[in-house]
Structure formats: C-alpha cells, structure tokens
Design a protein around this ligand. Structure first.
Ligand code: GDP
Ligand code: IMO
Ligand code: MG
Length: 424
C-alpha cells in the first residue's frame, strides 16, 4: 500500500481534524508528521466538539492506530492535558496511540524563548502561537534537542539541565524579559511521566511495516502549505515543512510510496497571526465571514483574519504538494452572501500574473477578482451532491477547472455527518 496524505492548502484551520476523523474508518493507521501544539484540530460528533493538538484526529476510532511521527515536536504538558481529557471522556488511548522515539520535546524554556523572541520583534512579530515550536525546531536542527527516546536514558535529567542552562543564557540577553521556571518545570516532569506510560516506537519501521502488510495509512498534516517554512510567506510561517514532502521526512516514508494527496481548503480564506494575506477583507463582509464561520483560533482563541478565496495561492499549493484530490469545507458559511468573489490573478507593477510573487505584501500586489453568483440555501442539512444549489456546483466546477484537480469531498458543517462525498 501507499501512504495517503491529507494536508491544508491555505494558512491552516481548513478543517483537517474534521475530515481526518471522517476518513479514519477507511484507514488502519493515522499518523501526524510535523508541527506540534501550535495545531488545533477540531472534530465534532454526537453534539460534542473536541480539539486535538498533538494527538492524531483518528483517536476516537479505537480500531485505528494513531502515530505521532518523528517530525512532530511534543510538549509533554500539552500532551498530558490532551490525554487526561480523553481519559476523562472514557476514551481508551493506551492501546492505539504510539509515539515516535525520534519526536523532539518542547521544554518550558522553549516556550519562554518563543515569547521573548516575539516580544523583541515588536510590530514585526510573527504572531506565533507561543507554544515553543520555533525554538524546539531550532534545537533540533542545531543538534541540541531532546527526543522522546531520551526520557528512558539514565541521564535524562542531566541532559535536560544542560539544555535549560543554554536557554537561560540566551534568555538573559532579552532585556526585561522575565519568566517563572519552577512551576513550569514541575508540570513538564509530570508530563514526562505521563509520556512514559505510552508506547514509544520506531515509527519509520512501524509505518513502513504497516504499508508492507497492505494496511491503509493516512498522514495528517498540521498548519497549511502557505505556512510552510520553505514555501510559505517567510518569515511569517511556522518552523516545519507542512507540504507533502514533509510526510516523507516526518514519517520516514520514501517519496515513491506516497499515494493520494488530499488537499483541503475553505470556500474562502482565513489566516491567524501576522503576514501577507492578499485577499483579506477589512469590511463588513470579512466581519460576517468571521461571525458566521466562527473564525476564532482553536489553539489561541484569536480572531482569524478573513478574506475571499485566493486561486493563485491555491494553485501554488496544489503544485508544491502534488494534490490528487480536493476537499472543500465551509461552503455553508457563504450561504446568503450574494455574489462571491474569487481572486484569479494578481496585478504586480501593473502586470497580471497567476504566479505567486516573491513578495506577497498587500502594498505590492493587488488581487484581480472574478465575481460568481452565490447561493442562499442553507447547506448544513444537505447530504448529497444532487441537492446542492446550482451556483455552488458552478463554483466547484470553476475551481476544479482552474486547479486541474477534482473536488472529492464537500463539508457543510462541523459535524462528522455534515459531509458530502462527490462521485461524478
Ligand atoms: P484544522 O486545524 O484544519 O483541523 O481546523 P480547525 O479545527 O482549527 O478549524 C476549523 C473550524 O471549522 C472548526 O471549528 C471546525 O469545527 C469547523 N468546521 C470544519 N468544517 C466545517 C464546515 O464545513 N462548515 C462549518 N461551518 N464549520 C466547519
Ligand atoms: P492547524 O494545524 C493556523 C500560525 C501562527 C503564526 C505562524 C507561526 O490548526 O491548522 P508558530 O506557533 O508555528 O510559531 O506560529 O503560524 N499557525 C497556525 N495558523 N492553524 C495552525 O495550525 C497554525 N499553527 C501555526 O498563527 O502565524
Ligand atoms: Mg486549527
């Protein structure tokens, strides 16, 4: 079998958690390959909403194995909160949650470093979730990091202290930045004990063996392609490769073993944090999308910036990821909006282009819009493609033609059930 990948094509929060949960019954293994607790993946069923940060979104299906791969960074404190919440709900995760020994750990001082770095940047801040992601990946590439496998070593505490000393030295250079380590450290070591109670695996062997045995495996992306460290709007990005290539390095799966690549996008665009957003709306329409779409961060609660769909950006994401199938979410939010705008090109120095320029700052490029007739029907109760409004069908066909990839799933609400498979 080949490894299927599901990932976000925009700036995150496309609805990955919901769709992974919906697709899980078709897979025997769900594996996260990058990112960490900066992610907030929501899924909803039986009237209850769950938000996952580190744990794969297949966890509510007890027959499916959930793997946290080597490319992920784990904060034991956040991880404990997640596992406690699941235990309290009566979900038995001890037998179907596996953690890569090679996944790196986020220390409390990584979080402090994130906060200090952002504060020092002032207006130029990235708008990080402040979960310590950047500093943890810096220690990984700097070859100073601690990994899950290290917690079983007899000198783990010494290794921890050594790294913390290094961080304290760096923190001392941020004038005026204060932090309380003691309490955070206690929570960290409680988190480590909790982490110990899960099975630590060589996830590259685990995943490849599963594929060899003919098991269906789905890699679950976090963040979105436009937040990728290489291809996103640098420096306003996250610190990992969020694109499909990240599934190879984050799980140890060879490129030739990648199967379907599902690219998920909202019927419009949102972004949290700083950075360019060419189609951002600063008017009532933007406010309305935020209100109707409940566009507030699942991890930080911050209001998400909202705007129209950006086709040049989507095309770029489809290209970089090798997307084979599209999934569109939140079309229900646009019901009753009247005409819908789609950005089909950018005007750069008076010249139209469909390519993503090096600089996507708003004062440098101007979006060129095509207007499409909208739909007014409530979609949240619709369960088959035949029943969706004609104008939504036209919107979908328009996007498929522009992107050269079919839309396979349409999501019309946050619940598992509010999902339409499109087989034409
Ligand atoms: P993720 O990070 O990609 O998993 O997405 P988030 O969970 O951060 O954000 C998506 C939000 O939209 C969550 O609150 C979901 O419950 C919700 N959602 C997902 N799909 C749909 C949809 O089709 N319609 C509506 N109205 N909400 C959706
Ligand atoms: P999911 O998986 C949306 C954004 C932050 C910030 C930038 C860097 O839920 O889609 P970081 O904490 O990584 O240093 O932040 O990336 N960001 C996300 N935005 N969804 C996410 O994850 C995000 N994870 C990080 O807002 O702009
Ligand atoms: Mg999210």
């Amino acid at each position: 079998m080949k490894l299927d990948v599901l990932l976000g094509l925009q700036w995150g929060d496309e609805g990955k958690g919901k769709i992974v949960d919906v697709l899980t019954p078709r897979y025997e293994v769900i594996a996260r390959f990058q990112g960490g607790p900066n992610a907030g993946h929501s899924l909803e069923f039986s009237g209850i909403k769950h938000v996952l940060h580190t744990i794969p979104s297949g966890i509510f299906h007890t027959q499916t194995a959930n793997v946290v791969g080597n490319g992920v960074v784990i904060d034991p404190v956040v991880f404990k909160k997640e596992t406690d919440a699941l235990h309290n709900m009566g979900v038995d995760i001890q037998k179907n949650l596996f953690i890569s020994k090679k996944a790196h750990l986020i220390l409390p001082t990584h979080r402090f470093l994130d906060a200090a770095s952002e504060a020092a940047k002032g207006q130029a801040k990235i708008g990080s979730t402040l979960k310590g992601i950047g500093p943890a990946y810096m220690d990984k590439t700097g070859r100073n990091g601690l990994r899950v496998g290290d917690i079983s070593l007899p000198d783990f505490k010494e290794r921890y202290n050594f790294l913390v000393e290094k961080h304290r030295e760096i923190l001392s250079h941020y004038e005026g930045f204060t932090y309380e380590l003691e309490e955070a450290e206690q929570a960290f070591f409680q988190g480590i004990e909790n982490l110990r109670s899960f099975e630590h695996i060589d996830s590259e062997y685990y995943v490849n063996q599963a594929l060899l045995e003919g098991k269906a495996v789905l890699a679950e992306g976090a963040q979105g392609s436009l937040l990728d460290i290489d291809f996103g709007s640098y420096p306003f990005v996250t610190s990992s490769n969020t694109v499909s290539a990240g599934a190879c390095t984050g799980l140890g799966v060879a490129p030739g073993k990648i199967g379907q690549v599902y690219g998920i996008f909202k019927a419009y665009c949102t972004r949290v944090g700083s950075g360019p957003f060419p189609t951002e709306l600063f008017d009532e329409t933007g406010e309305r999308i935020r209100a109707v779409g409940r566009e507030f961060g699942a991890t930080t609660g911050r209001p998400r910036r909202c705007g129209w769909l950006d086709l040049p950006a989507l095309k770029y994401s489809v290209m970089i990821n090798g997307v084979t199938g599209l999934i569109m979410t939140k079309a229900d939010v646009l019901s009753g909006f009247g005409d819908i705008q789609v950005c089909t090109a950018y005007r750069v120095n008076g010249v139209e282009t469909e390519a993503l320029p090096y600089n996507t700052e708003a004062n440098y490029i101007e979006p060129v819009y095509t207007s499409m007739p909208g739909w007014s029907e409530d979609l949240t109760g619709v369960r088959s493609y035949d029943q969706i409004p004609e104008n939504l069908k036209r919107y979908i066909s328009f996007l498929e033609k522009a992107l050269g990839v079919p839309v396979k799933i349409l999501s019309v609400g946050p619940d598992r059930e509010q999902t339409i498979e499109i087989s034409r």
